[in-house]
Ligand binder design. Structure first.
Ligand code: HEC
Length: 185
């Protein structure tokens, strides 16, 4: 009886360990719930004319890596799944040397990607100010990291050297936003 209990006990421990390992290997982004959420964000952007055929434009300004050589940034309020939050959309244009005029005369030709942050419900990622990140290709599909994981969610929480959070956590003002700290627009 005792040995049977011990056996059951060690099985429980073993499966708990397996689960812990599985969890550690599941990145906090690129999961089904993240990509489904990213589709809703893109749909909201289309509705707000921030993406798609009717998208509005601003005067592009010079940017740097990793985002692009010419940028447009928009701050809006959006509602996803009934939750209102700040939506920040950054369009990233290239290639190197492209001018604002060239971008404006043919934005579709120069658009490389669209990077987005949306402020989710509190508790989504409390230690990182609850931002959801996504990187889209111009057609609205998600870009992937070198490991083939789609860039949507808490990208790449837990990896201090790579990903959106690692860099944006260094933005002045501790709000994870860079453009709000820009001077000389
Ligand atoms: C190596 C640093 C770095 C990484 C990595 C990075 N960003 Fe940024 N991001 C910046 C900088 C710098 C700006 C400000 C650019 C500007 O407009 O001058 C910015 C701006 C933005 C903005 C506009 C809001 C703001 O902070 O000004 C969004 C949205 C954004 N990034 C999304 C993303 C997403 C999504 C990812 C990951 C796929 C990502 N970023 C990865 C540095 C980074």
């Amino acid at each position: 009886m005792t040995s049977r209990l011990k056996l059951v006990g060690s099985l429980v421990v073993a499966s708990a360990l397996t689960m812990a390992v599985a969890q550690a290997q599941t990145p906090p982004f690129g999961q089904e719930e993240d990509t489904a959420y990213a589709q809703k964000v893109w749909a909201a952007m289309e509705e707000l004319n921030l993406a798609g055929d009717g998208a509005i434009h601003a005067f592009p300004y010079a940017g740097t890596d990793p985002h692009g050589m010419m940028l447009e940034t928009f701050y809006q309020n959006a509602e996803i799944d009934g939750q209102a939050g700040t939506l920040v959309v950054k369009r990233n244009y290239g290639p190197e040397g492209v001018t604002a005029d060239q971008v404006l005369s043919d934005p579709g030709e120069h658009l490389g990607s669209v990077t987005v942050m949306f402020k989710r419900e509190s508790g989504y990622d409390a230690e990182n100010k609850d931002w959801f990140y996504a990187k889209y290709l111009p057609d609205g599909s998600l870009d992937k990291n070198p490991g083939g994981i789609e860039l949507a969610g808490r990208v790449a929480k837990g990896n201090a050297e790579a990903g959106c959070i690692a860099c944006h956590s260094a933005a002045p003002g501790e709000d994870f936003l860079f453009t709000t700290d820009r001077t000389g627009w």
